[in-house]
Design a protein around this ligand. Structure first.
Ligand code: GRG
Length: 299
């Protein structure tokens, strides 16, 4: 029987949302505006792609994917923080995100900055708290924390975002484009695959396989995002489109053309699928279906 990706994603999305709900303080907690803003940003839509990738990678290891829920929750908190900060006037200056007003438009800039800070730190608190509950060994916990910090920090997403801002309205070459995409978006996605491998006790070669898949779909996902900015529909994407060109953003279509970008996206997805062909087919159905979905996504 064909694998039903929409049902798979729907079920995992529910698990992740329930876990997010458990870890976020109630909106009425003092000081309430920030708690409201945290929940507003986290629950304002979102595909939950990164957490679902962690669960799918854990399943690929033959491990109960629910074990990875705290890590999945943490990565969604970090991703949401990055979106809240990215929308700020000092960065992308976006009024809409996930089909609703962006956090600073709704709650003001100061609360939006603090909301991002709070989501980022809460992520690490969730990982350490849940590690105690599941008696994760100290070394594995330290490894997990390092992976997350590296992917989110200056060697990953923050570095990519910085290079992206610095390259705006400048003539830059494909190596800068690749740096931006691999760091700004790719690093978190790559880490999600590795986290599934680490929690599922992957051997070094399997961890490399998952990393390879993660790097390829991470880049493919960002190329897809660049293409959506040119060809997508705002009602599906939930944010303002056609901004990249107007703002002199460095993107695949702008630097290498739309046709090349589409071919590259397809090539990366094929290579990602090929990379995991050495893992048992019965356990990698979600990873294969997600890779294919990246080609067709409309949001
Ligand atoms: C502020 C340190 C810092 C980093 C910001 C994520 C990011 C880095 C910027 C967002 C800008 C952007 C459009 C990136 C393209 C890829 C991307 C991350 C899209 C949003 O992710 P989705 O599509 O969003 O998974 P949902 O809302 O579905 O979770």
């Amino acid at each position: 029987m064909a694998f039903d990706l929409p049902s798979y994603m729907e079920e995992r999305r529910k698990w992740v949302d329930e876990a997010l709900d458990r870890c976020l303080p109630p909106p009425t907690a003092y000081p309430s505006p920030i708690h409201e803003a945290m929940r507003y940003s986290v629950f304002g839509g979102g595909k939950r792609l990164r957490p679902i990738l962690i669960l799918a990678a854990t399943e690929a290891m033959g491990c109960d994917d629910r074990r990875a829920l705290p890590l999945a929750t943490a990565m969604e908190l970090i991703h949401t923080y990055s979106l809240v900060h990215d929308d700020l006037p000092a960065m992308d200056d976006s009024d809409y995100r996930r089909g609703q007003l962006s956090c600073h438009k709704k709650f003001g800039e100061a609360i939006a900055i603090l909301t991002g800070d709070a989501l980022l730190t809460l992520a690490f608190s969730v990982v350490s708290r849940e590690a105690f509950a599941h008696s994760l060994e100290d070394q594995r916990l330290a490894w997990i924390i390092r992976e997350i910090a590296q992917a989110a920090g200056i060697g990953g997403m923050v570095g990519g975002q910085t290079a992206d801002i610095l390259s705006q309205n400048k003539e830059v070459d494909a190596s800068v484009l690749l740096y931006v995409h691999e760091h700004k978006t790719g690093a978190l996605i790559r880490a999600c695959l590795r986290l599934g491998g680490i929690i599922g006790k992957a051997d070094p070669s399997t961890l490399e396989t998952l990393t390879d898949y993660g790097e390829k779909i991470g880049l493919a996902f960002q190329i897809g995002d660049d293409i959506l900015d040119v060809e997508g529909e705002e009602k599906h994407v939930g944010k303002e489109l056609r901004k990249d060109e107007a703002e002199g953003k460095i993107t695949y279509p702008r630097l290498l053309g739309l046709d090349y970008s589409k071919r590259e996206l397809r090539r990366l997805v094929e290579e990602a699928t090929q990379a995991i062909s050495s893992l048992p087919e019965s356990r990698t159905q979600p990873l294969r279906a997600i890779a294919e979905h990246i080609i067709q996504r409309r949001n």
